[in-house]
Design a protein around this ligand. Structure first.
Ligand code: ZN
Length: 157
């Protein structure tokens, strides 16, 4: 086995400014694929319940993250929930100010033991309350691609 080599000398670094186009494919895995297929094709939120510990996951999974039991079946939940926490985003990814602040919420999903992070829509930041009931807002049928952006966000119920 080789010992790690330690480099103690300073070197001049060369760099180039510019952009490098990077293409990639992200795969959801079996559990998330079923969830996003449900959103795309039927506009439904699919969950799974652990047969061992009873924990309910939304989006559905194929293994319980708590006890590693296999979960074979999914069921529909309404996709509604309640605001657990939220933040107001004033700056974009490039640190430039946003035209309008965005609201991002952590949502307790009704019927599930998990939470989802997503945009809050159709509400003024000053009007958001913890525990506020919300409903999902999906892209219209036919425009959904089986992608997280098929869920535009959540609006007051
Ligand atoms: Zn479990």
């Amino acid at each position: 086995m080789a010992l790690p080599e330690r480099v103690n000398r300073r070197v001049d670094l060369t760099y180039f400014e510019g952009e490098i186009p990077v293409e990639y494919v992200y795969t959801y895995g079996l559990g998330y694929e079923e969830f996003f297929r449900g959103i795309k094709e039927r506009g439904v939120f699919l969950a799974s319940r652990c047969p061992e510990c009873g924990y309910v996951y939304l989006p559905c999974r194929i293994f319980c993250e708590r006890c590693f039991a296999r979960m074979e079946e999914t069921f529909e939940l309404p996709g509604t929930g309640k605001v657990y926490s939220y933040t107001v985003v004033h700056r974009g990814m490039d640190d430039s100010p946003k035209e309008r602040p965005a609201l991002v919420a952590l949502i307790d999903m009704d019927g599930a033991d998990t939470r989802m992070v997503h945009y809050l829509l159709e509400v003024d930041p000053a009007s958001v309350e913890m525990g506020m009931p919300v409903r999902p807002v999906l892209k219209p049928e036919g425009e959904r691609r089986g992608h997280v952006e098929d869920i535009i966000g959540f609006a007051p119920a």
